[in-house]
Design a protein around this ligand. Structure first.
Ligand SMILES: [Zn+2]
Length: 219
């Protein structure tokens, strides 16, 4: 099942451009980190090539893979995290975008294996299992932790962040928000014990963020 050229071109453009957002928000260093987007209606995804610096990424250099992680289009090797992205798409059909970063404050929580508590209006961020790169274990940990969870981001223990969204842009937003709340709660901790929020209020805030903020249809 091959995707139309225009559809692939649009996704290549979007996924390439979204990598600049990781740089803009200070979520990545060197070549670490990656964004992917599902090709709607096809068992394909567009993902960053491995080992290419952010300045040199172009729509043409993005790699098209099937959801087993095999390269379908592209001259370079896909990101070394391709298997994890593919696993998420195979097991979470509602997910259209996946992002991975080693953003600093989130990693400081991941290194301790400690979830970020919901002490601000934004979100709580869960911790996923320790998993080695190279097989399905990272993807499995992401899916197990985020399935049915309110958070769109997970701190993989002793590693970094994986985030998901209905499309690649929403997944990048979740990665940015994850680092923001990880930083804020970290700083609050330096000055004392953050105050807790009652569960009923957390539920109301969650509902409000889902349904009231922003523009309709815009994550
Ligand atoms: Zn990583």
């Amino acid at each position: 099942m091959s995707a139309p050229t225009t559809q692939l071109k649009a996704l290549r453009d979007q996924v390439s451009a979204l990598h600049a957002e990781l740089v803009r928000y200070g979520l990545v260093v060197w070549t670490a980190g990656n964004v992917s987007g599902r090709v709607p209606g096809h068992d394909l995804m567009v993902i960053k090539p491995s080992g290419v610096s952010y300045d040199e990424l172009t729509p043409e250099s993005m790699i098209v893979c099937d959801l087993a992680g095999n390269v379908v289009e592209g001259d370079l090797s896909p990101s070394s995290d391709t298997a994890a992205h593919a696993y998420v798409y195979r097991h979470m059909p509602e997910v259209g975008g996946v992002v991975h970063t080693h953003s600093t404050y989130a990693c400081a929580w991941a290194a301790r294996g400690e979830p970020v508590p919901c002490v601000l209006t934004a979100m709580a961020i869960p911790v996923g299992p320790f998993a080695l790169v190279g097989d399905d274990s990272i993807g499995r940990g992401v899916v197990e932790t985020l399935s049915g969870h309110r958070s769109a981001a997970v701190l993989m223990r002793s590693h970094g962040v994986f985030s998901i969204g209905k499309d690649a842009r929403a997944a990048v937003k979740a990665a940015v928000m994850c680092e923001d709340v990880a930083r804020s709660v970290h700083l609050a901790r330096q000055l004392g014990e953050p105050l807790s929020i009652a569960q009923a209020d957390i539920d109301r805030l969650y509902d409000r963020y889902q349904n009231v903020y922003g523009q309709p249809g815009k994550p």
